[in-house]
Design a protein around this ligand. Structure first.
Ligand SMILES: [Zn+2]
Length: 267
């Protein structure tokens, strides 16, 4: 099973074949925003017209089956904080200051949609095939080093009784191994956090390093007991026309991300 590209009209998005609840990783394509936000910007905090951002959510929601009122996003702070959201979080998407401050959202409330905003960072979507609970994770390199993906799975276990072996995970477009150039601090943090097993995911070139955040996040999820993991092969820096890259745009940008909708599971 793989993460594959879908096109509906002008919208382009990626879905993980093994996740059987509505979800996607968005691209820049198919929205109404203009300029540096051209066009499917889903982030309210970077200067775009909020009405355009809401319309962008409406467009992707029309395809996946949710409305902007169903969506909860986070005020992301490069933390390892996981927040459970419920019905009372509905309808506050575009309300300034109403989003929880965290980097991972989980819910088991049918009809709610969770969004993790990214540009080079790693979006991770989680679906519990037994209970229908879902999670959306923003893993920057600091969040990765603090194993936020595993913390989100643990929070789903604590809050909803999720068994990790029932979880299907998808890791979305981020700055790839080809382009994520760092100083020594990033590989050091990964080796300290996860040991020698991350060595294949670090490459040194002269005095710089390259780090494979997709594979390190997959390792973190496997160690948390997740068996089903699908990984997008897209790099945000390799495809600047399809994805926003924080590095390519020097921060003058909108944001794509991962969205997942909670549905009741009937067996
Ligand atoms: Zn690349």
């Amino acid at each position: 099973m793989a993460v594959i590209l879908k096109k509906v009209g002008t919208l382009e998005y990626l879905v993980a074949e093994g996740i059987e609840t509505p979800h996607c990783f968005t691209t820049r394509l198919g929205g109404v925003s203009t300029g540096i936000f051209d066009s499917l910007n889903l982030n309210f905090s970077r200067g775009d017209d909020p009405a355009n951002v809401v319309e962008n959510y409406r467009r992707i929601g029309a395809v996946l089956g949710f409305t902007p009122e169903d969506v909860v996003n986070a005020r992301q702070i490069h933390s390892d904080i996981v927040v459970r959201v419920d019905k009372e979080n509905r309808g506050k998407l575009a309300v300034a200051g109403a989003s929880p401050e965290c980097d991972a959202l989980i819910t088991k409330e049918p009809g709610m949609a969770l969004f993790a905003s990214t540009a080079d960072c790693t979006p991770i979507l989680l679906w519990d095939s037994a209970t229908g609970a879902v999670g959306a994770v923003h893993a920057g390199w600091r969040g990765t080093a603090s194993a936020i993906g595993a913390k989100a799975v643990a929070a789903m276990t604590r809050e909803f009784g999720t068994k990790p072996e029932d979880v299907r995970a998808a890791i979305g477009p981020n700055i790839g191994f080809c382009h994520f150039e760092t100083d020594a601090d990033v590989p050091q943090a990964m080796l300290e956090a996860f040991g020698q097993e991350v060595k294949p995911f670090i490459r040194q070139q002269n005095d710089k390093f390259y780090v494979n955040l997709k594979e390190i996040n997959a390792l973190i999820l496997r160690r948390a007991g997740v068996r089903h993991i699908e990984i997008s092969d897209c790099c945000t820096m390799c495809q600047p026309d399809r994805f926003w890259s924080h590095r390519v745009t020097r921060g003058q940008r909108g944001a794509q991300g991962g969205i997942i909708v909670c549905k009741e599971v009937r067996r």
